[in-house]
Design a protein around this ligand. Structure first.
Ligand code: FES
Length: 162
């Protein structure tokens, strides 16, 4: 096919350039589409609802309760499903859900029942049961996750990241 004639080389070059431009255009369109119409930001009320248990399993005024959930993560073209921890905290009639991700540099916090604080092992960040900062470098409270209750079952949204 590519016998060396100018017309054939010209056609081959045009085909190569056309294919390259089509690939580049598709890539740019995919990136623009994700930017313009991508998934909702973390903590958004939209997105997949993940069941985290029954409401009557959570005693009022108790310490925060840890739950492990399966979340979807998309990083560029790489997607994965992995387990992450969240905390549910019920204070009287108020039910809240917190991400376990420290707002300083992203380490996972744990609940310390002795001090009644969430503790971050990386730089000593401390959070109160309501997620507010009690000490250390975290700049913001723990992420407050949108929740909904349907027929006695608790659902959390906003954990999938795109
Ligand atoms: S990552 Fe938690 S205090 Fe730094």
């Amino acid at each position: 096919m590519l016998s060396g004639s100018p017309v054939t080389r010209r056609r081959a070059l045009a085909l190569f350039i056309g294919t390259a431009l089509t690939s580049i255009s598709a890539g740019v369109a995919a990136i623009a589409g994700r930017f313009l119409w991508g998934k909702p930001p973390a903590g958004s009320a939209a997105g997949r609802a993940i069941s985290v248990g029954k409401l009557d399993e959570l005693p009022a005024l108790a310490d925060p309760v840890e739950r492990s959930i399966s979340v979807n993560r998309l990083d560029g073209y790489f997607s994965e499903t992995r387990r992450e921890r969240i905390f549910l905290w019920r204070d009287g009639s108020t039910l809240r859900a917190f991400s376990s991700t420290c707002t300083h540099l992203g380490c996972a916090v744990s609940w310390d029942p002795g001090s009644r604080l969430f503790r971050c092992p990386c730089h000593g960040g401390l959070y109160r049961p309501d997620g507010t900062v009690a000490g250390g470098p975290p700049p913001r409270p723990l992420e407050d996750l949108p929740i909904e209750i349907r027929q006695g079952e608790i659902f959390v949204r906003g954990m999938d990241r795109a």
